[in-house]
Ligand binder design. Sequence first.
Ligand SMILES: Nc1ncnc2c1ncn2[C@@H]1O[C@H](COP(=O)(O)OP(=O)(O)OP(=O)(O)O)[C@@H](O)[C@H]1O
Ligand SMILES: [Mg+2]
Length: 364
Amino acid sequence: MIARSLFTQHYRNLAPDTVEFAEGVNVISGQNGQGKTNLLEALCLFTGVRSFRGAKNAELIARGEKFARMELQFFADQREQNADLVITDKKQATLNGVKLAAATGFIGRFCAVVFSPDNMSLVKGGSAERRRFLDAAISQQFPAYPRLLVEYNRILAQRNAFLKKSSSTAGFESMLDIWDENLARTGAKIACKRAEYVARLCGKTEEIFDGISSGRDCIRLRYSCGFLNPDSVDETARALQSQLEAHRASDLAQGCTNYGAHRDDLHISVNDMAARSYASQGQKRSCVLALKLAEASLLEEAAGERPIAVLDDVMSELDGLRQDYLLNHMEGWQVFISCCDPHTVKGLDKGRVIEVEDGKFNRR
Ligand SMILES: Nc1ncnc2c1ncn2[C@@H]1O[C@H](COP(=O)(O)OP(=O)(O)OP(=O)(O)O)[C@@H](O)[C@H]1O
Ligand SMILES: [Mg+2]
């Protein structure tokens, strides 16, 4: 997948213009507040998902204007394509001249893997962030998976509500048995799917991390789940059900469910130490990058198309070797990297530099 050019009009602070992109690396350079992230954000809206900054439609339109319009020329599915997006209070999307019912119609047609500083929570944050990452990645490949999550969360909420009721109610124990069985069955399917995905993610992440760190550091991933038998969903369900039964008294005392797929984690270690507690800033950044690029590689294997890589503000905290890897050694990727430091640009062997100043572009 290759983004050829992007036209924007009335998009945040960007001056109406068309920017052409290189097939390899595109460095978007400029001082703070000039429009670098705005350009990357505009490009990524063509993936059909909401702004990676979580912005509302009204925020995307230049102040004082009524609409924003963008047009993307791109190569995917072995042909040149064009997509058009008009943003008012809603988004109107057109793909190759055909109006789509919603911008979500772009999903799967133009794909990007995005690194933004907010993603650092994947390593720095709690286990919920890592479960969210796994669940989102798995959902992209297995359309039935989101339904499992909805089902699990529904049963969990009902079980928790039930735990808060008086346990002296007639039939309390047998009702709880039913919740436990349902929770265990659905939780086991989720855990086995996550374990299977992590098994595939491991190799790719290790390989990419090795490249980013020039072999100096070693990353390991492990899906941590106290009831998993990776070879059998039934065995996993039985193990979870036994745990739920064994800890029923403490669940009742606390009014919540302490075991299950909602407590699992993806353990990330660097050089055999937990990344969250021991890794340096640059190592943490490299972990997140490797995880995201590995996710994109797995998606590519499934869909046959490599997403573009959009790396916003990734360079700070990375040493020269790591920066060099992103600038010059991401073979086969079309990369968009924003940076503030002019020295970074000097390290680029080939590719395009797009300078942004007050929303206007200078190409070099
Ligand atoms: N809807 C809008 N209308 C007009 N200007 C906007 C709008 N939304 C954001 N801006 C302006 O865009 C600029 C921010 O652009 P952006 O976030 O792309 O900066 P950046 O170049 O990525 O900076 P940094 O290096 O700090 O990340 C700010 O000056 C902000 O006021
Ligand atoms: Mg920015």
